[in-house]
Write a protein that binds this ligand. Sequence first.
Ligand SMILES: [Zn+2]
Length: 135
Amino acid sequence: MSLPALAAAKRNIAPALTEIRACLECGDAIHGRADKKFCSDLCRVAFNNRLNCDETNYVRNVNHALRKNRRILIELNTSGKTKISREKLLRKGFDFGYFTSSYQTKDGAIYYYCYEQGYLPIEKEYYLLVVKQEF
Ligand SMILES: [Zn+2]
């Protein structure tokens, strides 16, 4: 076999070596460009819609938890500075996992805020509710 003929034969084998990729949405084999991730536009759109939906739901749930916390603090803090038990907050549905900011004083006390409404752990199972004044 001449050298050009050998080169041509090798070129014919090459396509068989490309790996088969699976569609991220349906798992079907993908044909075409090496960077393609989906078998079709339909699968690409379905995949991205689902992703966006999960993200939107997550943000919505966090926002809801923060607003609920704020509402509970407003409801319980009628005087602007109120001592309240952890149990009472929990019974209202308060979620200590969500706050918008925290502030540590020089002596190490940490205030947690849900927007302008704050709480400071003061003693075992008790909190001081406060309101931020700086806006
Ligand atoms: Zn697909």
